[in-house]
Design a protein around this ligand. Structure first.
Ligand SMILES: CCCCCCCCCCCCCCCCCCCCCC(=O)SCCNC(=O)CCNC(=O)[C@H](O)C(C)(C)COP(=O)(O)OP(=O)(O)OC[C@H]1O[C@@H](n2cnc3c(N)ncnc32)[C@H](O)[C@@H]1OP(=O)(O)O
Ligand SMILES: NC(=O)C1=CN([C@@H]2O[C@H](COP(=O)(O)OP(=O)(O)OC[C@H]3O[C@@H](n4cnc5c(N)ncnc54)[C@H](OP(=O)(O)O)[C@@H]3O)[C@@H](O)[C@H]2O)C=CC1
Length: 515
């Protein structure tokens, strides 16, 4: 019997960010392993023309929840969507809903955040800091609350090289930042943002660090824990390998590489690719929820959910495996054949961007214009290059995260819990994982049919032939221009032609003699 699964039985659990990538995997695992839980409250906002109910319906009817429906057929009744916007005061939750949440919640998993790197500081502070503060305030009014689990990021202190499972204070107090966001106008915020974020690369990592400070400062009598995952990737094993449904982190680059848009990247091949599968993060999160509630550690424990120190993989190895998988299982309608040039040099990066990215986009747009269609490739390529520039910070450095608390927790689990809530990244085989990841991108994110693989392979062959033809034509044109202008080139050309002619004459003569 799993103690952790048993613990969540009969519980009322509040999840923020349940419609996000990690939140969905968390919800799925909870329902699958503890189908007898009382209710999961999720804070949801209407989005993209969909009502709350439509959003929940879509999630529960997705492929991810197929197994849940077998073990928990009444899952629809156990999920209670509460209309909320974390950008608003009191999250714009109705009095009645708020009363219900305050009275019944036993555990909180706070996953909601803005994960955009370039978000305006005001918005990032609102969601990643102020909302966390408000949720903690709400939590302090919940008489039954047993644990509050805050999801942060391993990169909240990415300005350091070695990171321990402790909170590193930022120079300016979060409360001062929250207050100042209320009265400073956007122009001034823009001006002070670089000074505030200091040696961090973006507002995301900075506000996640502030969020951790808030958790520490507002802890009061609450039973808290913080989880810091590194780069969350597709699922490893559960509910099935390779599940992913958004383009954040490496996923977008895998798509761009498979479709042939992205063919070179400024990345350090030997830098550690600290990826962590979403199901490992979720298993650790649930184990932490149980441990925090049952064992009530004296202080707020921080758990690093990273792979680099236990089972390292690097970007070079990952790139090679991604490409090898695309050889076997290509994506449909690729723009060019997948290729991966890693470079660390600025000049080479500019060269590859011009030759491999911008030039083909311009040529393709020219072709679209000629055929009466709207050009779009240059715009798409510019957005991709902009995204790349934001991710580059993370693929040209390595970090060391200590994992004492995570390892301590592993040792506290029963053998059954170690199996059901496995977060031991040492057991992960990277090559197999990456192959499943790429396959998952194709199946679950792009929704491509496996039956289309032969056609996709044919398409790549056609692209290869076009490539050869184009290069040959380019070479001949260049050569023709050269011999028109240079005597040396002309001499070389005549020498090659006469050599070939003599060679052919000799063969013709020797074959006539044999007859
Ligand atoms: C050479 C070949 C290589 C081959 C093989 C490849 C092998 C593998 C090598 C892999 C190296 C991996 C490095 C990972 C490092 C991650 C570090 C994470 C560390 C922290 C982790 C965390 O703790 S937290 C989660 C991370 N948080 C994000 O990851 C959000 C990022 N994102 C944004 O901050 C906004 O997105 C941003 C970009 C501002 C645009 O913003 P924007 O306003 O211009 O526009 P949008 O957001 O609407 O996106 C505009 C279009 O970019 C598309 N796109 C969005 N993300 C994309 C993405 N990652 N890759 C591609 N494409 C992406 C999107 O699909 C749209 O495409 P479309 O236009 O066609 O619809
Ligand atoms: N993905 C990664 O690589 C990593 C993620 N993390 C952390 O994990 C957590 C989850 O990330 P992930 O699932 O990837 O992120 P997603 O962007 O997929 O999900 C974010 C969630 O937050 C919700 N949210 C955002 N704004 C609001 C709002 N104003 N009101 C209500 N809900 C809101 C979103 O709701 P909606 O659907 O309505 O937009 C969504 O459910 C975050 O705290 C992140 O910092 C940490 C390390 C790495």
């Amino acid at each position: 019997m799993s103690m952790i699964a048993d613990f969540y039985g009969g519980k009322s659990i509040l999840i923020t960010g349940a419609t996000g990538f990690l939140g969905k995997v968390l919800m799925e695992k909870l329902f699958r392993t503890s189908p007898d839980l009382r209710v999961i409250y999720i804070l949801v906002r209407p989005k993209a023309g969909q009502t709350l109910q439509q959003r929940v319906f879509q999630i529960l009817n997705s492929k991810l929840f197929e197994k849940v429906k077998e073990v928990c057929p009444n899952v629809h009744e156990k999920i209670r969507a509460i209309s909320a916007d974390l950008n608003q005061n009191d999250f714009a939750i109705s009095m009645q809903d708020m009363q219900e949440l305050l009275s019944y919640t036993d555990i909180i998993f706070h996953c909601a955040a803005t994960v955009r790197f370039d978000d305006h500081l005001r918005h990032a502070v609102q969601l990643n800091v102020t909302a966390t503060q408000q949720l903690l305030l709400m939590a302090s009014q919940m008489p039954n609350l047993e644990a509050f689990i805050h999801i942060s990021t391993a990169f909240s202190n990415c300005n350091l090289k070695h990171i321990d499972e402790v909170i590193y204070p930022c120079p300016v107090e979060p409360k001062k930042i929250i207050d100042s966001m209320e009265w400073l106008d956007d122009a001034i915020i823009d001006e002070i943002t670089p000074k505030l974020i200091g040696d961090r690369p973006n507002t995301y990592t900075y506000t996640k660090a502030l969020g951790e400070m808030v958790v520490q400062q507002e802890s009061g009598k609450l039973n808290l824990a913080i989880i810091r995952p590194s780069i969350v990737g597709a699922t490893w094993q559960e509910p099935f390998p390779g599940w992913v449904d958004n383009v954040n982190g490496p996923t977008g680059l895998i798509v761009a590489a498979g479709k042939g848009f992205l063919r070179s990247i400024r990345a350090t091949p030997m830098a550690v690719a600290d990826l962590i599968p979403a199901d490992i993060v979720v298993n650790l999160t649930l184990a932490v929820g149980w441990y925090t509630a049952v064992h009530r550690p004296k202080s707020t424990l921080i758990y690093h959910c990273t792979s680099g120190n236990l089972n390292p993989c690097n970007w070079g190895k990952m790139g090679i495996q991604v490409l090898a998988t695309f050889e076997k299982i290509p994506l449909e309608r690729a723009f060019r054949r997948p290729k991966a040039d890693f470079t660390t040099n600025n000049v080479t990066t500019q060269y590859w961007n011009a030759v491999s990215h911008r030039a083909p986009a311009i040529i393709y747009d020219f072709y679209l214009r000629l055929t009466g269609r709207k050009p779009r490739m240059t715009k798409l390529m510019n957005r991709l290059l902009r995204t790349l520039s934001m991710l580059e910070y993370f693929i040209n450095r390595s970090w060391e995260w200590s994992t004492y608390n995570t390892e301590m927790l592993m040792s506290k689990l029963s053998p059954e819990d170690q199996r059901v809530f496995n977060f031991d990244v040492r057991q992960l085989n990277w090559l197999e994982y990456i192959e499943n990841y790429v396959l998952g991108v194709k199946k679950y994110l792009l929704k491509e049919d496996m039956a289309g693989i032969p056609e996709a392979k044919q398409h790549l062959k056609r692209l290869r032939n076009i490539h050869y033809l184009f290069n040959t034509a380019l070479f001949l044109i260049a050569w023709r221009l050269l011999i028109a202008r240079s005597q040396v080139a002309r001499n070389v050309w005549f020498f090659i032609v006469s050599f070939c002619y003599k060679f052919l004459s000799y063969f013709r003569a020797s074959s006539t003699l044999k007859v």
